[in-house]
Design a protein around this ligand. Sequence first.
Ligand SMILES: Cc1cc2nc3c(=O)[nH]c(=O)nc-3n(C[C@H](O)[C@H](O)[C@H](O)COP(=O)(O)O)c2cc1C
Length: 268
Amino acid sequence: MRFRLGPVRFVRSLLRILAGHPHVPPSLQDNALLGILLRRRSVRSFSRAEIPDDVFHAILEAGRLAPSTVNLQSWSFATFTAQSWRSLFERPLPFKAPRAVIIMGDTHRDRQVLDSFPKSPLVEYTIAVVNASLAAMAMTVAAEALGVSSVMLSETGRSGLLDTAYLAERLKAPAGVIPLMTIVFGYTSSPYPPMPPKFPLSTVCFDGTQGYPEVDPALMNDWLAQMVAGYNASHLGSSFDAQLRVYQSKIGQAEADLRRMVFRDDSV
Ligand SMILES: Cc1cc2nc3c(=O)[nH]c(=O)nc-3n(C[C@H](O)[C@H](O)[C@H](O)COP(=O)(O)O)c2cc1C
């Protein structure tokens, strides 16, 4: 795979990114929660400022109170300071953030009292992923409301993609607990980056009675060009191609780890 853009397409794609903005009617723009949701960006550059304990606690509490399937709360959160992260993983917290939370899908805890349910690894895993992701998003939004920025990470620097088995081993997680993502939190050290290229609402949203829409190849090509341009402009010294090659080389191991952990399947 080679994703190279000529100079004209590169500049045009960057301009398209810079022109991106939320579309809400002026009458709703003063809504505080909506403003937080629309302003949130993934932040990858943090100041040295610490997050006070009560602020971090409030962020975790937003996760604890998130909605979940049949109120199963099939999640768990492992919390870290920069120091405790370094002592467990022998490397700095990504982006020099002061705090992190590893979000896990937990299909183990509820089984202690609901073991009469037939084993259904895919159903249980899916439910846990959905629920834990909602808790993760609630934390991210709560953080933003408290002036704390964040980025969700699917890789934390060890294996390069998902890190599922490695994190589970380090966290001494029992079978049925799957690390899903790490959120790092801190105070941004620079203005928020521009909004990355988002699909228009007309691409991802349709009248449910009209049947699922066809994919528009031109729109997808434009989006990909913007992704490449945005990545290359913000990662000097790296490239979109290089990053894709990393994921390509890691995805087999990530798949095998997940099959083993979710399905107890060693065949991949
Ligand atoms: C589950 C998940 C995993 C992610 N993993 C990474 C990651 O490993 N590294 C990274 O820099 N960003 C990661 N991101 C952030 C995305 O790149 C980001 O959300 C996306 O580009 C959209 O940008 P925005 O959050 O500013 O809207 C992840 C986001 C999610 C939801």
